[in-house]
Design a protein around this ligand. Structure first.
Ligand code: ATP
Length: 499
């Protein structure tokens, strides 16, 4: 409104001066320069008007729209109850909660939790990212922090809400330990301003403000930020377990037509280690695949391919020559046969299609979500990793460079056996153990397992060859087909020879 009045008055004055015969060109130039400067400063946040800003976001998100994360939701709700029952809190002489820090890996739903917190407390929601505060110009970041708090207060009052939630994502960018960014006073000034603003929060203000910070690098934060009285609640937002993955998948499938063969429990089982963002992407990719094939519904096949895509990357058009293709098939069949022999039903599928950096791959179905490993399970993993290269040696007489990452994984698992005190060396201290000794212990484990794998594959040579040829022919073999072939071979071995 003020802008419109100023513009109108200036125009009227200019017209009046022109009528009186004055040269208005210098005035026009001067005015243009002024407007340009004002717009520049406004963009940088120095001249931001209190009425509008880019941080404010409408909130129509509740805790029910977030899958899993039950402990984080519970903890957050408990903390928010302090905000909801402010009068009681004041009566009891409890100081207000000023900040809540959400920590956890990317894509686990920290932003969603902050939005739901705003709806839960009927607050205005303002979101900003730590990087938005850092500029080359000294003082701009601090000014933006001041402006953000001011806007939050004003909006909460104007919209007649109880308060406002200020969500700062990637808070580690502006909250790094002071002095870390040597020679860059801007970082320290910005953080100081945030500390000052948080210290100034009172429970008896007309608009109660709560700062929710999110980070996946809590270790980088300045201790002043974490001390009681600032972010005094730290809520950990972890990767979802199987049940949580299933509920996230269900949430994102609410608006999608699913085929009858879709088993979201199975998709959840196969997506161990995925974050909520990964799972959202799986449901989206599955729907895109179905659309591409002009199918009316999304089927199980689309979900399997979507998991592969999210895990390994887009399918590539690289076409290996026939010899290479057979080698890749032999390699993947080796992994699959050993996996199936060690744990029947463990293979989801194997393929020689190129995806991301892989020329082919065998995907296992995780037994269940696991956070601890016994020596036996680590040894089994090592066998599966080594089986690709061993299979190449047995069938093709030589190995290729395709096993490098398998070896790295096998070595990591063997290293875990040694450092966790599960090897014949017993409990060891890795720091004072010589590198030679560690290397030798790892090598012994790996070489021993290499021999075991060779023995196992020798006993299933026909199946291995059959699967490899089938894979070249069909590009894709399901775990069920693999199981059937292995069972068939067992029966044939047991059957008495016909004379
Ligand atoms: P970052 O640390 O990278 O900022 P974040 O933890 O803030 O990530 P969000 O931005 O909240 O993650 O989530 C990204 C997307 O992932 C959401 O828009 C949503 O689609 C999906 N998502 C993540 N977690 C969940 C969940 N628990 N329930 C439903 N959807 C989820």
């Amino acid at each position: 409104m003020i802008k419109e009045v100023c513009l109108g008055t200036s125009l009227a004055v200019l017209i009046f001066l022109t009528i009186l015969g004055y040269n208005v060109v210098p005035l026009l130039l001067l005015g243009g320069l002024g407007v340009f400067l004002f717009l520049m400063l406004d963009r940088k946040g120095l001249g931001a008007s209190s009425g509008s800003n880019s941080y404010a976001q409408p909130v129509n998100f509740t805790f029910d729209d977030i899958g899993g994360q039950a402990p984080a939701k519970q903890e957050l709700k408990e903390a928010l109850d302090f905000v909801l029952h402010a009068p009681k809190i004041i009566e009891m002489g409890i100081r207000p909660l000023k900040g809540i820090l959400l920590t956890g890996p990317p894509g686990t739903g920290k932003t969603l939790l902050a939005k739901a917190a705003a709806a839960y407390t009927n607050s205005v929601f303002l979101a900003a990212s730590g990087s938005e505060f850092i500029e080359v110009y000294a003082g701009v970041g601090a000014q933006r922090v001041r402006q953000l708090f001011k806007t939050a207060r004003e909006r909460a009052v104007r919209e007649k809400k109880g308060g406002a939630i200020i969500f700062i994502d990637e808070i580690e960018v502006l909250g790094t330990k002071r002095g870390t960014n040597a020679g860059h006073m801007e970082y320290d000034q910005t953080l100081n301003q945030l500390l000052v603003e948080m210290d100034g929060l009172r429970s008896n203000e007309r608009a109660r403000l709560l700062v929710i910070g999110a980070t996946n690098r809590e270790d980088m934060l300045d201790s002043a930020l974490l001390r009681p009285g600032r972010f005094d609640r730290v809520v950990s937002v972890d990767l979802p377990d199987k049940a949580a993955r299933c509920s996230i998948l269900r949430l994102h499938c609410r608006n999608k037509p699913l085929g009858e063969d879709v088993d979201l429990d199975q998709v959840a089982r196969e997506s161990f280690g995925f974050s909520g963002a990964h799972l959202e992407s799986v449901t989206n990719e599955a729907a895109i695949l179905a659309l591409r094939e002009e199918q009316p519904t999304i089927s199980n096949r689309h979900f399997k391919e979507a998991v592969d895509k999210v895990m390994m990357g887009e399918k590539l058009d690289r076409k290996p020559n026939q010899d290479e293709l057979y080698r890749i098939a032999v390699h993947e069949s080796g992994h699959a046969v050993i996996s199936e022999l060690l744990r029947p039903g463990s293979v989801s599928h194997l393929t020689v299609a190129n995806r991301g950096r892989a020329l082919g791959y065998m995907r296992q179905i995780p037994e269940d979500d696991r956070y601890l490993y016994t020596k036996e399970s680590l040894v089994k993993q090592i066998r599966v990793y080594l089986a690709g290269a061993v299979s190449e040696s047995i069938i093709l007489g030589a190995r290729s460079t395709g096993a490098t990452s398998d070896f790295n994984q096998a070595v990591q698992a063997a290293r875990q056996i040694v450092t966790a005190g599960l090897s014949p060396l017993g409990i060891v201290c890795e720091e004072i153990m010589s590198k030679d000794m560690l290397h030798q212990a790892i090598q012994e484990i790996v070489q021993q397992q290499e021999k075991e794998v060779a023995g196992m594959l020798d006993g299933h040579l026909d199946t291995l060859k059959e699967i490899s040829s089938l894979l070249v022919e069909q590009e894709y073999i399901s775990g069920t087909t693999l199981q059937e072939r292995i069972e068939q071979a067992k029966l044939e071995k047991q059957a008495p020879l016909e004379v």
